[in-house]
Write a protein that binds this ligand. Sequence first.
Ligand SMILES: [Zn+2]
Length: 397
Amino acid sequence: MTTSGREHIQLLLDQPREPGMVVSCYADTAVAEGFEAHWLQPLKEEATRIRRGLAAEDHHPARREFDLNVEAIRRALESPEARQARGMAVFSAVGRHFLLAVHSDTPFENRLVVDEVPYVVPLVEAYIRQRGYLVVVTDTHRGRLYASRAGGSRLLDELEEDVPGKTRASGETWGKQQATIDRHRKDQILHFHKHLAERVDRACRESAYRGIVLLGEHEVLEHFRDRLPGRLARRVVYEGPHAWTDPEAEIDARVRALIGAEQAAGERRVLDELARRLGEGCAMAAGPQEVIDALRDGQVAELILGPDPGAAAFRCDGCRSLFADERADCPYCHAPCHKGNLWQEVLDLALSHGIAVDLVRDTSGMARYGGIAALLARDEPQWAGAPGAESSTEMAR
Ligand SMILES: [Zn+2]
């Protein structure tokens, strides 16, 4: 048994479509009343319902296969390790000798799903919700990047560049020369912040974060934020004062406080931005096919998903194109298409391309689009040049 992580999600997503069934089970193992676990009764009922739907006769091979899978899942859920976990996800395909039991820090809603491939949406959602923040601590010439979660912070990257200190020229050199020194210093800081912004961009592409946290002196952060491309600047969820010499434990404390407060605010921020763009009719995609097309074209900055409605998507076996409407074969390469789960397919695309995903609960504004939308990257220069260099705020080092 293993803790849920990106590698398990990928292993499950990569399971080939083969004959036979895969039974995916999600269980709330958090609370047990006496001997009877919370998951037992709901999953029993679900199993009975699915069993009836599989075949009319009791001894039908599909029913037998299902029973064997349920038995394997039950054993995994009753294992001593499972009792320690708050949530369990178990995937069983006895015909392929496949069994994976993943435990989670948060309980899952009890569920049993039978399909040709594992159903991984709740697991991906749990993974996304557990993501931490990318914390950037910076001053005028030094920067550190941390991956921070409730459990602590891990240093990802460090950058230091030579920026001349803030000095005063003396005597007759005061004046013209002082201006030259100041300009030079501003240029150096600008370059440093551009390099740091590139590192932030790289970190965001390598791993998924809930948002970006900037720590440092207010003026420095304001200046640095201007160097971030819009799609990253929008993901800054918090800015706070922090001295370069402050202990790292302070970062952890800041992030822990933020995780609670930011959850609801984060959803509101995303939905407000979406509503604004829907109103303007620009830089967004709404509805399954529009979002799929935008993902394919690499335009999506943030994918916004409500709860999984169980909608279908059709994927081409040949070129891997994805369609929201039913297709027997692909219009591009004429290979056959297979039916899958729309949420699972788009989450797979988003994860593999490092696209930020926002899971929202309030889908009232997105209902007419099927609970799926995306904010697109605006047509912005990747590393906007130096128009602000000369007018930048004076900063103390
Ligand atoms: Zn195709």
